[in-house]
Design a protein around this ligand. Structure first.
Ligand SMILES: NC(=O)c1ccc[n+]([C@@H]2O[C@H](COP(=O)([O-])OP(=O)(O)OC[C@H]3O[C@@H](n4cnc5c(N)ncnc54)[C@H](OP(=O)(O)O)[C@@H]3O)[C@@H](O)[C@H]2O)c1
Length: 307
């Protein structure tokens, strides 16, 4: 943090799911953070922008792909921490902003990750995020990489009334443990992590817990009162067969394999790969209970559904 009493944050992606979770949490701690959001011009009219403005968030019109590095550098004057929550499908999407942050002497960059723990080669999408992480390290830019496992609400089956939801598939044997964080808790973790010198130049694994899909679907049935036995089941072999069918299918099913089949996404594996364990860092953190998350999911499905 700078000598100023508040940390100034520039967040890219505030209109999105991860970004809005983070902005809401940081804005709640206005004594610690001043938050500016860089948002594409066409998105400045989105309702979420009005909501975040009312929380004291400042807005800048900008685009990390279209704007020049010099323009981005200009937005970063006096910024302590940059947090990026775009979906980095395009390679190098974040590079210009990262170099601008270096030139502007930003004290910490948090690139878009916020995904599961996976070893190299398990997920092409994760590997491409690692390329960005290596780019940051090569340029000696102070960083923190944050992994959150899967969002808790992504594991629940959609209610039968939401026939169009993609969340109607049970993957694998159902007995593979996977780490999860409530999407609404991601911001709370980020507020702690970016205020913490111990996390500088480290990867942090956040989690509310670990559970198998069978455990999650049992809670889902209990809370919703619905029986999900009629939903599609894809075996490990069927998931594997879908990898390589198309670039989109590869991204989706490599993700599914990491979460529910290979057992990559555990806290133990994340720590073995070098991540700091959020529960060791923040022993006072009160984890979200899956039952509570399920209650929220089924009572306000249209608002809290992931997709
Ligand atoms: N752990 C999990 O289960 C999980 C689940 C989903 C995602 N994730 C990860 O979380 C991260 C964020 O994903 P998300 O789903 O939260 O994203 P999202 O909801 O799709 O939001 C993306 C945000 O990036 C902004 N954006 C896109 N391109 C931009 C540009 N060129 N310049 C400035 N802003 C730009 C979008 O703004 P507009 O309003 O202009 O579109 C939007 O605010 C990703 O790394 C993703 O892989 C993790």
């Amino acid at each position: 943090m700078s000598s100023r009493s508040k940390q100034t944050i520039l967040l890219v992606g505030a209109t999105g799911k991860t970004g809005s979770s983070i902005v809401r949490a940081l804005a709640k701690q206005s004594e610690k953070f001043y938050v500016k959001a860089l948002v594409r011009a066409a998105s400045l009219e989105k309702p979420i922008v009005q909501e975040l403005k009312s929380l004291g968030v400042g807005f800048i019109s900008g685009d990390i792909v279209e704007d020049s590095q010099a323009t981005l550098e200009n937005h970063l004057k006096d910024v302590d921490t940059v947090i990026i929550t775009t979906v980095p499908f395009q390679p190098n999407q974040q590079d210009k902003l990262i170099l601008a942050a270096k030139n502007a002497n930003v004290k910490r960059v948090v690139p878009s990750d916020f995904g599961p723990s996976a070893p190299p080669g398990a997920m092409k999408y994760q590997d491409s995020k690692v390329v960005t992480q290596e780019f940051i390290k090569q340029h000696n830019i102070p960083y923190t990489f944050i992994q959150v496992g899967t969002w808790a609400n992504l594991m629940f089956p959609a209610p039968h009334s939401a026939k169009d939801s993609p969340q109607i598939v049970f993957y694998g044997s159902g007995d593979v443990k996977t780490a999860y964080t409530g999407l609404e808790r991601v911001g709370e973790f980020v507020a702690r992590i970016i205020s913490d010198e111990r996390t500088l130049n480290k990867t942090v694994q956040t989690y509310d817990g670990e559970a198998t899909l069978s455990e999650v679907w049992a809670i889902a049935s209990k809370v919703s009162g619905e029986n999900f036995d009629d939903y599609t089941r894809l075996s490990a072999q069927e998931v594997k067969a879908k990898i390589g069918e198309s670039p989109l299918s590869t991204t989706i099913y490599e993700y599914v394999r990491t979460l529910f089949i290979s057992g990559d996404n555990t806290v133990e594996n994340a720590v073995a790969l070098g991540a700091l364990d959020s529960r060791v860092l923040y022993p006072d953190y009160v984890p979200l209970r899956l039952e509570d998350c399920a209650r929220e999911f089924y009572s306000r499905f249209d608002e809290v559904k992931a997709y």
